[in-house]
Design a protein around this ligand. Structure first.
Ligand SMILES: [Fe+2]
Ligand SMILES: [Fe+2]
Length: 153
């Protein structure tokens, strides 16, 4: 039991880094796939909605893991809880922003399928969401690494 609570900073970091790599690969593949579809006459709205749903599922379980990481950081930084809370607030804010925009895009693409219109608008929004995920991950990595480094020093 004690061992689980003592999960080292590196173990948390490795697990979390590998999840980011999986998400990066997924968004890279998705962007490539979308770009290829955009050149075709028959736009794949339904498949796009499915892929966006997959991305959403991956992100939700990743975000849950990050909530666990925040709890872990809180436990090891009990001497300065305000620092961890500030990081956690920013992370929570970004996660709900990304989730809301992605869910809205899924709805938008489902409506677009019915009207067979709105592909470009949806693709543009997806590009913005992927940029947001990347920016969030960079900032999050910086903040979390900083907190983990302080513990391992
Ligand atoms: Fe995150
Ligand atoms: Fe993340």
């Amino acid at each position: 039991m004690q061992k689980q609570n003592d999960l080292s900073g590196n173990a948390v970091f490795d697990q979390w880094t590998s999840e980011h790599q999986v998400i990066d690969r997924f968004t890279d593949n998705l962007s490539e796939w979308i770009a290829a579809q955009s050149k075709l006459r028959c736009l794949q709205f339904r498949q796009t909605v499915e892929k966006l749903g997959e991305l959403n599922e991956q992100l939700q379980s990743h975000f849950e893991r990050e909530e666990e990481i925040c709890k872990h950081l809180k436990a090891i930084h009990h001497d300065c809880p305000l620092d961890v809370e500030a990081v956690q607030r920013q992370i929570d804010h970004d996660h709900s922003d990304i989730s809301n925009r992605l869910k809205h895009l899924i709805d938008q693409m489902q409506e677009a399928e019915l009207a067979m219109d709105g592909w470009k608008k949806g693709v543009h929004e997806l590009g913005l969401i992927i940029d947001l995920i990347e920016q969030h991950d960079e900032q999050e990595a910086e903040s979390v690494t900083c907190l983990l480094t302080r513990v391992s020093l």
